[in-house]
Design a binder for this molecule. Structure first.
Ligand code: SF4
Length: 215
């Protein structure tokens, strides 16, 4: 089942109604459950009744993290390639309607910045841009990748959500991971804070991890 179908099965209104019926027992049941929790368990842990159980949740979370990841800690250095952006996100200084000096790194600048990051001992780089298809689209990404690939053993991207085919290309060209944030799952609030630009398409953003997974 695709994630957007799972999402549609849990409308906010019914989640709110369920929240009002949750009791302490539901919280305790969720906390003592072995294995995967259900959406209802998750709701129980978010409810008012769960407040006194915050420390229990923290301990459980700590032990699960240890079990899954051990004591591994990953460090990466973000490198901004461009602050051009066609979107208006109400919380961001890069938004289209903010009178800001715009800059996109040239090949020489990318190499100089990346070499400096490498010199500081980082082997994992995160390439970041705003969303400006014409200036920083796939051809720019591929060029940037070509330049930084010899320097880093791990390359991540934090750029606009892309089509599945583009993700496949990036993966073939050496991108190890992609970061994408779902600022809110509340569609009305999302619309309020993303009034203009391609990012205003809530569904396209919601379906991004799915496209990534397939790629
Ligand atoms: S898309 Fe990203 S860079 Fe552009 S305005 Fe929104 S948060 Fe800022």
């Amino acid at each position: 089942m695709t994630f957007d179908r799972v999402f549609d099965e849990h409308p906010w209104k019914s989640a709110e109604a369920q929240l009002n019926n949750i009791g302490v027992r539901d919280v305790e049941r969720a906390l003592s459950k072995v294995g995967k929790l259900s959406p209802f368990d998750f709701l129980a842990l978010l409810s008012e009744c769960a407040k006194p159980y915050l420390e229990d949740m923290a301990q459980l979370s700590y032990s699960l993290t240890r079990k899954r990841f051990g004591k591994t800690m990953q460090l990466y250095a973000p490198m901004y390639l461009s602050n051009e952006c066609q979107n208006i996100c109400t919380y961001c200084g890069f938004r289209y309607d903010n009178a800001l000096k715009r800059k996109t790194l040239s090949d020489e600048e990318i190499l100089a910045e990346a070499s400096e990051i490498k010199r500081h001992g980082f082997d994992h780089i995160l390439l970041v841009t705003g969303e400006a298809q014409k200036t920083v689209g796939m051809s720019y990404f591929l060029r940037a990748l070509e330049l930084v690939r010899p320097l880093f053993s791990n390359i991540s991207f934090e750029v606009q959500p892309l089509d599945e085919e583009d993700y496949r290309t990036l993966s073939q060209e050496g991108v190890h991971s992609v970061l994408v944030y779902q600022e809110t799952y509340h569609e009305d609030r999302y619309r309020l804070h993303h009034p203009k630009g391609k990012k205003s398409n809530f569904r396209y953003r919601l379906e991004t991890p799915e496209r990534l997974g397939r790629a």
